[in-house]
Design a protein around this ligand. Structure first.
Ligand code: NAD
Ligand code: 0WE
Length: 258
């Protein structure tokens, strides 16, 4: 049975009730895990209030600001976890960012700044968070990140995010190889397109969703809850033999050629 009782789980990437990370947090909570939640702070504290209200029913025992571009916020996040929990079992990495202008038009037009920013937030952050989590995962652990098929095939307009996700998926393999001796597993979920804050800002997302509904074996898109269930599985002892993998939670879309 899927049982995460006694496990401590840190979830990044919740922005609102459509976030994939919110679907994951709900399933981890349902399976009995104790939650810690981080959010991206902004000047007006708008995210903080919204995310706090949203996650309140899941009784997170840790709730902290963590901008992955800020090393001191990362360090204080894991210092607080060390003090409050003394260990960490599960880390969910569910964040990405590229500037909107780099998610349309010619890929070759990507600026140095845009490329660097997308790679820093969407790719490097996994390795940085894994390094901070490693000493706390002394009893072993599970790290799960979110990727997209655009990191392996050309999806129109995904552009620099595709390069970032290719790097993310390779980071999963290098981290899995290194951390395996510490009983820490590292995997990615490749989710099909879902309407979230990040994806709704993308021109043509509705046409892409309609395309998936026509082509995918299950003839529909996936839900945040389904991604959450697969994440809970990967974090549980049921997936004890799985590391370094990309699990497609995409209604089967990835297998199709036409
Ligand atoms: P979302 O907008 O709900 O989540 C993205 C999160 O990234 C937000 O919570 C935001 O605060 C966070 N973030 C951005 N910059 C950050 C920074 N500097 N520091 C800390 N956090 C930062 O959208 P989502 O669709 O749930 O995205 C979550 C993950 O799922 C991303 O990695 C995305 O690439 C991936 N994904 C999304 C889809 C989709 O169709 N929605 C499909 C496959 C994979
Ligand atoms: O990974 C993602 C979303 C990533 C994303 C989205 C945005 C929009 C708003 C990263 N940064 C930003 N920055 C913004 O300013 N997905 C898998 C969803 C997505 O994004 C696409 C897609 C799909 C699917 C972009 C172009 C084409 C398809």
């Amino acid at each position: 049975m899927l049982d995460l009782t006694g496990k401590k789980a840190l979830v990044t990437g919740i922005a609102n009730n459509r976030s994939i990370a919110w679907g994951i947090a709900q399933q981890l909570h349902q399976a009995g895990a104790e939650l810690g939640v981080t959010y991206l702070p902004d000047e007006k504290g708008r995210y903080e209030r919204k995310v706090r209200e949203l996650v309140n029913p899941l009784n997170p025992s840790v709730f902290l600001p963590c901008d992955v571009q800020n090393d001191s916020q990362i360090e204080s996040t894991f210092e607080t976890i060390a003090q409050e929990w003394g260990k960490l079992d599960i880390l969910i990495h569910s964040l990405a960012f590229a500037s909107k202008e780099d998610l349309s038009g010619e890929f070759s037009a990507t600026s140095r700044e845009g490329f660097t920013q997308a790679m820093e937030i969407s790719t490097y952050s996994l390795t940085r968070l894994a390094r901070a989590a490693k000493p706390l995962m002394s009893e072993g652990g599970s790290i799960v990140t979110l990727t997209y098929l655009g990191g392996e095939r050309v999806i129109p307009n995904y552009n620099v995010m595709g390069v970032a996700k290719a790097g993310l998926q390779m980071s999963v393999r290098y981290l899995a190889a290194e951390l395996g001796s510490h009983k820490i597993r590292v995997n990615a979920i490749s989710a099909g397109p879902i309407r979230t804050l990040a994806s709704s800002a993308v021109d043509g997302i509705l046409d892409m969703i309609r395309h998936v509904e026509e082509v995918a074996p299950l003839q529909r898109t996936v839900t945040q809850q389904e991604v959450g269930n697969s994440a809970a599985f990967l974090c549980s002892d049921l997936a004890g033999g799985i590391t370094g993998q990309v699990l497609y939670v995409d209604a089967g879309y990835e297998i199709m050629g036409m």
